[in-house]
Write a protein that binds this ligand. Structure first.
Ligand SMILES: [Zn+2]
Length: 117
């Protein structure tokens, strides 16, 4: 064991866009939502309906008045668990190598391949 230090690169990112994830911490703990955006370099994701933050915006064409806009804010990968589309359980995701060499994600509970919707 080498303590808690995690080397960023060695850990594959298991969350993909359009996955359903369960929030494990913070104000939205226990909520589930769809992944809208993934920022691999920051190890952050944006989840639909989760972690709303208020943003002050300047007037723009889209929003001529400007003002305060509520928007989903990014949260860290480590605060979510992928929900398996097959068994419906939040699960750890394992890697499965198939015959052509590609790596797929698999549910550690039911063994099903997890595909992003
Ligand atoms: Zn499953």
């Amino acid at each position: 064991m080498r303590g808690k230090k995690v080397v960023g690169r060695s850990k594959p990112l298991f969350v993909r866009k359009n996955d359903t994830v369960l929030i494990l911490s913070g104000e939205d703990r226990g909520k589930q939502g769809k992944v809208l955006k993934v920022f691999p370099s920051k190890r952050q994701i944006i989840i639909e309906g989760v972690n709303f933050i208020k943003r002050h915006t300047r007037p723009s064409q889209k929003n001529p008045k400007g003002g305060i806009v509520e928007k989903e804010g990014p949260i860290n990968f480590s605060n979510v668990m992928v929900v398996c589309s097959k068994c419906g359980e939040p699960t750890r995701v394992g890697a499965k190598i198939i015959t052509d060499g590609s790596r797929l994600r698999a549910c550690k509970k039911c063994g099903e391949i997890i595909q992003a919707a």
